[in-house]
Design a protein around this ligand. Structure first.
Ligand SMILES: Cc1ncc(COP(=O)(O)O)c(C=O)c1O
Length: 374
């Protein structure tokens, strides 16, 4: 009799299979153009920082050794930058791995993890992997005079019950780019029970320009159940190296993340590059300012085309195209522009270089001319 083979946990078997993103070189070859533009993954378009390239060359000579599993130099640099103790910090193989480490550390079957939806696509998957229940609270539709597609913090607070171990608040929110303001976030944090960990996921913090959008670290102070998550993947341009960090008011939270850390998963190269990137603060700020200028130009250009684009505080913009989403994304792809569609909801477009965004806008004009969006 044929064996059924080793049984994968049902929750894991039910996960969607990994689907690699569209590769621009493959797409360009397929449709016979010189170059395709990829505006799909919220990376910055600039090349790595010069200091990073130099640090990588030096660190390459040490790759026969295991990395420093405690990332001591990087942790000290982060502690100094943010005025916290090293014990309050955990580094991880990208912020996404830290999300998973927290889900592992704080949730189990019978408990739940709450977050807004739509938000970072990994949150429901992390809950599923941990065997916890995902409580998904719809974003506010934005038709009531408020900004479109923002967190509904009252509904999120109401969804927290005695099973809720972790709440993610993605601010600015991926994929809508919208952000919650200081007063409402502070009021929300004051309602969350002390036993529930609130993770302020600030992967896009460096692109925030509205002074009313709080720095999570400021709200974290004095709140032992709050942690802030940041990454080197976006503003610092280290997406390929995989390094993120968590700062928690209570060192016990950082310790829990360290206990679920995959050993040596932040490489020597990643640590060296992150330290060099932190030391390049002025250049990083200049690059972020350029992204913001381009974000505002792109937003205005899209609004001129009649699209209902919310103000973004991140390095991407959101086109709420609803049922037209898949068709418009496919038509853009046929014109060598890769975006990130969420079928039935909208398209997230990463802010690229001005010339890349012009290619996108020209392609969009062709698509809209053929079939206008009402
Ligand atoms: C909201 C949010 N959090 C976390 C991450 C993970 O970033 P990384 O794992 O590259 O540090 C991302 C990446 O897209 C994100 O959008």
């Amino acid at each position: 009799m044929a064996s059924a083979g080793p049984a994968v946990r049902p929750a894991i078997a039910a996960l969607p299979a990994y689907k690699p993103g569209r590769n621009p070189a493959d797409l360009a070859r397929e449709i016979g153009v010189e170059r395709a533009v990829k505006l799909a993954s919220n990376e910055v378009a600039f090349p790595p920082l010069p200091a990073v390239v130099q640090a990588l060359a030096t660190a390459a000579a040490e790759t026969n050794r295991y990395p420093d599993n405690g990332a001591v130099v990087l942790t000290a640099a982060l502690a100094e930058r943010y005025g916290v103790e090293p014990a309050q910090i955990a580094t991880g193989c990208g912020a996404v791995m830290l999300c998973q480490q927290l889900a592992q550390a704080y949730t189990e079957p019978g408990t739940s993890l709450a977050f807004a939806w739509r938000s970072f696509e990994m949150y429901p998957l992390l809950a599923q992997v941990a065997g916890a229940r995902a409580v998904m609270v719809p974003l506010k539709p934005g038709r009531d005079g408020g900004p479109a597609d923002t967190h509904d913090l009252d509904a999120l607070a109401a969804a927290i019950d005695e099973t809720t171990r972790v709440v993610f608040v993605c601010n600015p929110n991926n994929p809508t780019g919208t952000a919650v303001r200081r007063a409402e976030l502070a009021a929300f944090l004051d309602t969350v029970p002390a036993e529930t960990l609130v993770v302020l996921d600030e992967a896009y913090r460096e692109f925030v320009t509205d002074p009313d959008v709080p720095d999570g670290l400021e709200l974290m102070r004095g709140r032992p159940n709050v942690a802030v998550l940041r990454t080197f993947s976006k503003a610092y341009g280290l997406a390929a190296l995989r390094v993120g960090y968590l700062i928690a008011e209570d060192p016990a939270v950082a310790e829990a993340a360290r206990k679920t850390h995959v050993p040596f998963s932040v490489s020597t190269l990643a640590q060296a590059a992150a330290v060099a990137a932190l030391e390049s603060a002025d250049e990083v700020s200049r690059r972020c300012a350029a992204v913001v200028t381009e974000r505002d130009r792109l937003t205005a250009a899209l609004r001129e085309r009649g699209l209902d684009v919310a103000d973004s505080q991140a390095n991407f913009v959101w086109l709420p195209l609803g049922e037209r989403t898949a068709e418009v994304a496919a038509a853009l792809e046929a014109r060598a522009v890769i975006t990130r569609p969420f079928a039935g909801e909208g398209i997230r477009v990463t802010v690229g270089l001005p010339e890349e965004d012009d290619v996108f806008l020209a392609a969009l004009d062709e698509v809209l001319a053929a079939a206008p969006v009402s």
